[in-house]
Write a protein that binds this ligand. Structure first.
Ligand code: GLN
Length: 281
Protein backbone atom coordinates (compact mmCIF):
# COMPACT_ATOMS: atom_id res chain seq x y z
CA UNK A 1 0.00 0.00 0.00
CA UNK A 2 1.25 3.53 -0.78
CA UNK A 3 2.29 5.37 2.38
CA UNK A 4 1.51 8.87 1.12
CA UNK A 5 -2.00 10.28 1.64
CA UNK A 6 -2.63 9.14 -1.90
CA UNK A 7 -6.36 9.62 -1.86
CA UNK A 8 -6.38 13.34 -1.04
CA UNK A 9 -7.97 15.52 -3.74
CA UNK A 10 -7.92 19.28 -3.13
CA UNK A 11 -11.03 21.33 -4.00
CA UNK A 12 -10.36 23.46 -7.05
CA UNK A 13 -8.15 20.78 -8.57
CA UNK A 14 -8.92 20.45 -12.28
CA UNK A 15 -10.14 17.29 -13.94
CA UNK A 16 -6.93 17.16 -15.98
CA UNK A 17 -4.69 17.33 -12.93
CA UNK A 18 -6.72 14.71 -11.07
CA UNK A 19 -6.18 12.38 -14.01
CA UNK A 20 -2.43 13.10 -14.00
CA UNK A 21 -2.00 12.61 -10.25
CA UNK A 22 -4.52 9.85 -9.55
CA UNK A 23 -3.15 7.08 -7.32
CA UNK A 24 -4.94 4.48 -9.46
CA UNK A 25 -4.65 3.00 -12.96
CA UNK A 26 -5.91 5.58 -15.51
CA UNK A 27 -8.88 3.46 -16.53
CA UNK A 28 -10.10 3.21 -12.92
CA UNK A 29 -9.48 6.89 -12.17
CA UNK A 30 -11.43 7.79 -15.30
CA UNK A 31 -14.47 5.73 -14.25
CA UNK A 32 -14.52 7.15 -10.71
CA UNK A 33 -13.97 10.73 -11.88
CA UNK A 34 -16.66 10.41 -14.55
CA UNK A 35 -19.03 9.05 -11.90
CA UNK A 36 -18.36 11.88 -9.43
CA UNK A 37 -18.40 14.70 -11.98
CA UNK A 38 -21.34 13.10 -13.84
CA UNK A 39 -19.60 13.42 -17.18
CA UNK A 40 -18.66 11.09 -20.05
CA UNK A 41 -15.23 9.84 -21.04
CA UNK A 42 -15.05 12.36 -23.89
CA UNK A 43 -16.02 15.21 -21.56
CA UNK A 44 -13.21 14.23 -19.20
CA UNK A 45 -10.88 15.28 -22.00
CA UNK A 46 -12.80 18.27 -23.36
CA UNK A 47 -13.43 19.62 -19.84
CA UNK A 48 -9.94 18.94 -18.47
CA UNK A 49 -9.67 22.55 -17.24
CA UNK A 50 -12.86 22.35 -15.20
CA UNK A 51 -12.28 22.62 -11.44
CA UNK A 52 -13.87 20.18 -9.01
CA UNK A 53 -16.19 21.58 -6.37
CA UNK A 54 -15.40 20.91 -2.70
CA UNK A 55 -18.13 18.26 -2.58
CA UNK A 56 -16.83 16.55 -5.72
CA UNK A 57 -13.25 16.62 -4.43
CA UNK A 58 -14.32 15.08 -1.15
CA UNK A 59 -16.42 12.37 -2.81
CA UNK A 60 -13.62 11.53 -5.23
CA UNK A 61 -11.03 11.34 -2.43
CA UNK A 62 -13.30 8.93 -0.58
CA UNK A 63 -13.80 6.72 -3.65
CA UNK A 64 -10.05 6.70 -4.40
CA UNK A 65 -9.37 5.63 -0.79
CA UNK A 66 -11.98 2.88 -0.92
CA UNK A 67 -10.61 1.62 -4.23
CA UNK A 68 -7.07 1.62 -2.81
CA UNK A 69 -8.45 -0.51 0.04
CA UNK A 70 -9.67 -3.00 -2.57
CA UNK A 71 -13.39 -2.32 -3.05
CA UNK A 72 -14.56 -3.27 -6.54
CA UNK A 73 -15.10 -0.42 -8.99
CA UNK A 74 -18.57 -1.78 -9.81
CA UNK A 75 -19.72 -1.39 -6.20
CA UNK A 76 -18.16 2.08 -5.93
CA UNK A 77 -20.13 3.35 -8.92
CA UNK A 78 -23.10 1.02 -8.35
CA UNK A 79 -23.12 -0.28 -11.90
CA UNK A 80 -21.59 -2.83 -14.29
CA UNK A 81 -22.23 -3.48 -17.97
CA UNK A 82 -23.18 -7.00 -19.08
CA UNK A 83 -24.38 -8.12 -22.51
CA UNK A 84 -24.49 -4.47 -23.59
CA UNK A 85 -26.84 -3.45 -20.76
CA UNK A 86 -26.05 -1.44 -17.60
CA UNK A 87 -26.91 -3.31 -14.40
CA UNK A 88 -27.27 -1.80 -10.96
CA UNK A 89 -25.11 -3.72 -8.47
CA UNK A 90 -24.43 -3.58 -4.74
CA UNK A 91 -22.68 -5.93 -2.31
CA UNK A 92 -25.83 -8.09 -2.12
CA UNK A 93 -25.10 -9.42 -5.61
CA UNK A 94 -22.18 -10.85 -7.53
CA UNK A 95 -20.71 -8.45 -10.10
CA UNK A 96 -21.67 -9.77 -13.56
CA UNK A 97 -18.64 -11.30 -15.36
CA UNK A 98 -17.92 -11.21 -19.09
CA UNK A 99 -17.41 -15.03 -18.91
CA UNK A 100 -21.11 -15.40 -18.17
CA UNK A 101 -22.10 -13.90 -21.52
CA UNK A 102 -21.35 -17.39 -22.90
CA UNK A 103 -24.21 -18.78 -20.80
CA UNK A 104 -26.56 -16.11 -22.20
CA UNK A 105 -25.51 -16.86 -25.79
CA UNK A 106 -26.04 -20.60 -25.30
CA UNK A 107 -29.39 -19.97 -23.64
CA UNK A 108 -30.50 -17.91 -26.64
CA UNK A 109 -29.57 -20.82 -28.92
CA UNK A 110 -31.45 -23.39 -26.82
CA UNK A 111 -34.61 -21.40 -26.10
CA UNK A 112 -37.54 -22.30 -28.40
CA UNK A 113 -39.90 -19.55 -29.65
CA UNK A 114 -42.16 -18.36 -26.80
CA UNK A 115 -40.09 -20.67 -24.58
CA UNK A 116 -40.24 -20.71 -20.80
CA UNK A 117 -36.85 -20.17 -19.20
CA UNK A 118 -35.83 -20.32 -15.55
CA UNK A 119 -32.70 -18.59 -14.19
CA UNK A 120 -31.68 -20.14 -10.86
CA UNK A 121 -29.70 -17.88 -8.51
CA UNK A 122 -30.31 -14.77 -10.56
CA UNK A 123 -28.38 -12.31 -8.34
CA UNK A 124 -28.44 -8.93 -10.11
CA UNK A 125 -30.78 -10.44 -12.71
CA UNK A 126 -28.13 -10.04 -15.41
CA UNK A 127 -28.75 -13.37 -17.16
CA UNK A 128 -32.55 -13.29 -16.98
CA UNK A 129 -32.76 -9.65 -18.09
CA UNK A 130 -30.27 -10.14 -20.96
CA UNK A 131 -32.49 -13.02 -22.17
CA UNK A 132 -35.76 -11.12 -21.79
CA UNK A 133 -34.28 -8.07 -23.48
CA UNK A 134 -32.95 -10.04 -26.45
CA UNK A 135 -35.98 -12.32 -26.74
CA UNK A 136 -39.19 -10.44 -25.92
CA UNK A 137 -41.14 -13.59 -26.87
CA UNK A 138 -39.55 -15.58 -24.01
CA UNK A 139 -41.35 -16.17 -20.72
CA UNK A 140 -38.66 -15.58 -18.14
CA UNK A 141 -38.72 -16.67 -14.49
CA UNK A 142 -35.83 -15.89 -12.15
CA UNK A 143 -35.30 -17.00 -8.57
CA UNK A 144 -32.89 -16.37 -5.74
CA UNK A 145 -32.63 -17.40 -2.09
CA UNK A 146 -31.56 -13.85 -1.19
CA UNK A 147 -34.32 -11.23 -0.79
CA UNK A 148 -31.69 -8.48 -1.03
CA UNK A 149 -30.51 -9.86 -4.38
CA UNK A 150 -34.08 -10.08 -5.67
CA UNK A 151 -34.59 -6.38 -4.86
CA UNK A 152 -31.59 -5.54 -7.07
CA UNK A 153 -32.82 -7.87 -9.84
CA UNK A 154 -36.27 -6.31 -9.71
CA UNK A 155 -34.83 -2.79 -9.98
CA UNK A 156 -32.77 -3.90 -12.98
CA UNK A 157 -35.77 -5.52 -14.64
CA UNK A 158 -37.78 -2.29 -14.25
CA UNK A 159 -34.90 -0.24 -15.59
CA UNK A 160 -34.75 -2.40 -18.73
CA UNK A 161 -38.52 -2.89 -18.95
CA UNK A 162 -38.07 -6.64 -18.83
CA UNK A 163 -41.18 -8.56 -17.87
CA UNK A 164 -39.81 -11.20 -15.54
CA UNK A 165 -41.45 -13.32 -12.88
CA UNK A 166 -39.32 -13.30 -9.72
CA UNK A 167 -39.51 -16.00 -7.05
CA UNK A 168 -37.92 -16.06 -3.62
CA UNK A 169 -36.73 -19.64 -3.54
CA UNK A 170 -33.90 -21.78 -2.25
CA UNK A 171 -33.18 -23.60 -5.53
CA UNK A 172 -36.28 -25.68 -6.39
CA UNK A 173 -38.08 -25.20 -3.04
CA UNK A 174 -40.79 -22.77 -4.22
CA UNK A 175 -41.29 -24.21 -7.70
CA UNK A 176 -43.95 -26.83 -7.01
CA UNK A 177 -44.36 -28.88 -10.19
CA UNK A 178 -43.67 -26.03 -12.61
CA UNK A 179 -41.91 -26.87 -15.84
CA UNK A 180 -39.71 -24.93 -18.23
CA UNK A 181 -38.21 -25.40 -21.68
CA UNK A 182 -34.79 -24.25 -20.47
CA UNK A 183 -33.10 -23.94 -17.08
CA UNK A 184 -29.93 -21.86 -16.73
CA UNK A 185 -27.78 -21.17 -13.70
CA UNK A 186 -24.55 -19.56 -12.65
CA UNK A 187 -24.46 -21.06 -9.15
CA UNK A 188 -21.80 -20.68 -6.45
CA UNK A 189 -19.05 -23.06 -7.54
CA UNK A 190 -15.80 -21.99 -5.92
CA UNK A 191 -14.34 -24.61 -3.56
CA UNK A 192 -14.41 -23.69 0.16
CA UNK A 193 -11.13 -22.10 1.17
CA UNK A 194 -9.98 -21.38 -2.43
CA UNK A 195 -7.41 -18.60 -2.23
CA UNK A 196 -9.32 -16.49 -4.83
CA UNK A 197 -12.03 -15.92 -2.20
CA UNK A 198 -9.56 -13.85 -0.18
CA UNK A 199 -8.14 -11.92 -3.15
CA UNK A 200 -9.23 -8.92 -5.25
CA UNK A 201 -12.88 -8.10 -5.87
CA UNK A 202 -14.11 -11.45 -4.52
CA UNK A 203 -13.36 -10.37 -0.93
CA UNK A 204 -16.19 -7.85 -1.21
CA UNK A 205 -18.74 -10.00 -3.02
CA UNK A 206 -21.47 -12.05 -1.27
CA UNK A 207 -19.70 -15.21 -0.15
CA UNK A 208 -22.82 -17.35 -0.59
CA UNK A 209 -22.97 -16.39 -4.26
CA UNK A 210 -19.37 -17.47 -4.81
CA UNK A 211 -18.88 -20.70 -2.88
CA UNK A 212 -21.00 -23.63 -1.73
CA UNK A 213 -18.70 -23.84 1.32
CA UNK A 214 -17.92 -27.39 0.20
CA UNK A 215 -16.32 -29.09 -2.83
CA UNK A 216 -17.59 -26.47 -5.29
CA UNK A 217 -19.93 -28.97 -6.94
CA UNK A 218 -22.74 -29.26 -4.40
CA UNK A 219 -25.04 -26.66 -5.98
CA UNK A 220 -24.28 -27.96 -9.49
CA UNK A 221 -25.20 -31.41 -8.11
CA UNK A 222 -28.48 -30.15 -6.57
CA UNK A 223 -29.49 -28.39 -9.76
CA UNK A 224 -28.56 -31.30 -12.04
CA UNK A 225 -30.32 -33.88 -9.89
CA UNK A 226 -33.67 -32.02 -9.68
CA UNK A 227 -33.79 -30.15 -12.99
CA UNK A 228 -35.32 -32.92 -15.09
CA UNK A 229 -38.51 -32.84 -13.02
CA UNK A 230 -38.88 -29.16 -13.96
CA UNK A 231 -38.02 -29.49 -17.63
CA UNK A 232 -40.40 -30.18 -20.50
CA UNK A 233 -39.47 -32.99 -22.91
CA UNK A 234 -36.32 -32.03 -24.83
CA UNK A 235 -35.75 -29.13 -22.44
CA UNK A 236 -32.14 -28.12 -21.80
CA UNK A 237 -30.20 -27.50 -18.60
CA UNK A 238 -27.18 -25.19 -18.94
CA UNK A 239 -24.88 -24.47 -15.98
CA UNK A 240 -21.82 -22.26 -15.64
CA UNK A 241 -18.95 -23.74 -13.61
CA UNK A 242 -15.32 -23.25 -12.68
CA UNK A 243 -12.38 -23.55 -15.09
CA UNK A 244 -11.53 -27.06 -13.86
CA UNK A 245 -15.04 -28.45 -13.29
CA UNK A 246 -16.21 -29.29 -16.84
CA UNK A 247 -15.53 -33.04 -16.62
CA UNK A 248 -17.14 -33.25 -13.18
CA UNK A 249 -20.18 -31.27 -14.37
CA UNK A 250 -20.63 -33.56 -17.40
CA UNK A 251 -20.35 -36.60 -15.12
CA UNK A 252 -23.17 -35.22 -12.93
CA UNK A 253 -25.38 -34.58 -15.96
CA UNK A 254 -24.72 -38.07 -17.36
CA UNK A 255 -25.48 -39.67 -13.98
CA UNK A 256 -28.78 -37.73 -13.99
CA UNK A 257 -29.65 -39.21 -17.43
CA UNK A 258 -29.26 -36.05 -19.51
CA UNK A 259 -28.57 -36.58 -23.24
CA UNK A 260 -26.26 -34.70 -25.63
CA UNK A 261 -24.15 -33.77 -22.60
CA UNK A 262 -21.41 -31.35 -23.57
CA UNK A 263 -19.30 -28.38 -22.49
CA UNK A 264 -18.71 -25.07 -24.22
CA UNK A 265 -15.65 -22.81 -24.10
CA UNK A 266 -15.60 -19.12 -23.18
CA UNK A 267 -13.56 -16.39 -24.92
CA UNK A 268 -10.51 -17.39 -22.87
CA UNK A 269 -10.91 -20.93 -24.32
CA UNK A 270 -11.91 -22.32 -20.92
CA UNK A 271 -14.72 -24.91 -20.79
CA UNK A 272 -17.08 -22.73 -18.76
CA UNK A 273 -20.62 -24.02 -19.36
CA UNK A 274 -21.89 -27.61 -19.42
CA UNK A 275 -25.35 -28.85 -20.23
CA UNK A 276 -27.62 -31.54 -21.50
CA UNK A 277 -31.07 -32.32 -22.80
CA UNK A 278 -33.74 -33.98 -20.72
CA UNK A 279 -34.31 -37.64 -21.53
CA UNK A 280 -37.83 -38.54 -22.59
CA UNK A 281 -39.56 -40.70 -19.98
N1 GLN B 1 -16.74 -16.77 -12.02
C1 GLN B 1 -16.65 -16.27 -10.69
C2 GLN B 1 -15.21 -16.16 -10.28
O1 GLN B 1 -14.47 -17.11 -10.41
C3 GLN B 1 -17.39 -17.13 -9.71
C4 GLN B 1 -18.85 -17.08 -9.96
C5 GLN B 1 -19.59 -18.17 -9.29
O2 GLN B 1 -19.17 -18.75 -8.31
N2 GLN B 1 -20.70 -18.47 -9.83
O3 GLN B 1 -14.78 -15.12 -9.85
Amino acid sequence: MPSMPAAAVAPGTTIGSVMRDAPLPQQEARILLGHVAQISRVQLITQSERALSAAEAQQLASLFARRLAGEPIAYLVGEREFFGLAFEVNPAVLIPRPDTELLVELALQHLPPQGRVLDMGTGSGAIAIALAHTRPDARVTALDASAAALAVAQANASKHQAGIEFLHSDWFAALGDRQFDLIVSNPPYIVAGDRHLSEGDLRFEPIDALTDHADGLSDLRTISSHAARHLADDGWLLMEHGYDQAAAARALLLADHFREVQSWRDLANIARVSGGKKSRA
